[in-house]
Design a protein around this ligand. Structure first.
Ligand SMILES: NC(=O)c1ccc[n+]([C@@H]2O[C@H](COP(=O)([O-])OP(=O)(O)OC[C@H]3O[C@@H](n4cnc5c(N)ncnc54)[C@H](O)[C@@H]3O)[C@@H](O)[C@H]2O)c1
Length: 296
């Protein structure tokens, strides 16, 4: 039998861990031996009490990660409480759906601050400690809304979560020389977020769709297994995008079609070749360049 995955002597921050997926991530990491900073604007203490009652070690932190001071604060909490930092899960999120024409700058900006600036600030202040760790791990959280969204009115959310994918690939390159791996997870679980296939997914995790607590517990635990592995020093994946939907785990990639190649290109040639430009037959998967697999 293979050995169990352990996080003994590891310190992890999970932002937005007062409920939903973040709570699931924090609980699993703590159950496997990590000392965890449970960050959230609300409910962090309750999750810490839950972890402690199960024999785990955790500390609550109520900083707002969408501000530079708040992000610096959550990293300070980790170092003051546990003396080190090995992993950061940038999970905190907000979801005010809004039709595009009703979207004010304030609504758009809030989404960028929480989903893009938050991970940037938190990872920025964590970075020196992750370098010191020698096996630092960063898990970014993106969403299918960026790539193949099925929910409307999330232009601001799709934009912010798209930025997270770009940040992941670039930071992965910089992290490699320090033993730091940076990956993104695209989770799906039944939490506070309305899911268009809620009943189907509840049944899939063996939960009664009417039992909210059971549904949240089971669906978040499945995503947590993926996030925990991405936090582990033995996980060498770097710059990857991983979809984690109630037990289904897949790599997500960008691809580039074979397209057309015409040195004398005219607008008519683009018009006439557009079907070929879009034709996915033989498309190349755009893996991180450092794997020397990209076709450029
Ligand atoms: N649930 C899904 O199916 C799904 C799908 C794709 C992506 N995601 C992503 O997963 C993450 C968690 O989602 P969830 O479904 O658990 O949502 P959730 O609303 O249940 O949990 C998000 C938590 O983040 C906290 N938070 C919000 N702003 C914060 C801030 N500024 N500082 C600290 N904490 C803050 C909230 O208080 C909340 O407890 C989000 O980034 C979300 O975009 C979720």
């Amino acid at each position: 039998m293979s050995s169990a995955v352990s996080f003994d002597d590891h310190v992890a921050i999970v932002t937005g861990a007062g409920g939903g997926l973040g709570r699931g991530y924090a609980k699993l990491l703590a159950a496997r031996g990590a000392r965890v900073v449970v960050n959230d604007l609300r409910n962090a203490t309750a999750v810490v009490e839950e972890i402690s009652s199960l024999g785990g070690k955790a500390v609550a932190d109520e900083h707002d990660i969408s501000t530079e001071e708040g992000a610096r604060g959550v990293v300070r909490t980790a170092v003051e409480a546990f003396g080190a930092l090995d992993a950061v899960v940038n999970n905190a999120g907000v979801f005010p759906a809004c039709p595009f024409l009703e979207m004010t700058w304030e609504i758009f900006d809030l989404m960028q601050r929480v989903h893009t600036y938050g991970p940037y600030f938190t990872t920025r202040y964590a970075w020196p400690h992750l370098v010191e760790s020698g096996h630092g791990r960063v898990v970014m959280v993106s969403a299918k809304a960026t790539l193949w969204g099925e929910t409307r009115h999330l232009t601001h959310y799709g934009a912010a979560k798209g930025a997270v994918l770009g940040m992941t690939r670039q930071l992965a390159m910089e992290g490699a020389e320090h033993g730091i791996c940076v990956n993104a997870v695209l989770p799906s679980a039944l939490t506070s977020v309305e899911h268009p296939r809620a009943r189907e997914l509840a049944r899939r995790v063996g939960a009664d769709p009417a039992d909210r607590e059971q549904v949240v517990e089971r669906s978040t635990a499945l995503a947590a297994a993926v996030v925990a592995w991405l936090c582990h020093p033995d996980c060498a994946a770097n710059g990857e995008f991983i979809r984690a939907q109630v037990g289904e785990v897949r790599q997500v990639s960008f691809s580039m079609t074979h397209g057309i190649n015409d040195p004398g290109l005219t607008v008519e040639a683009v018009r006439d070749g557009f079907d070929a430009i879009l034709d996915p037959t033989g498309a190349a998967v755009l893996a991180p360049l450092w794997r020397n697999q990209a076709p450029l």
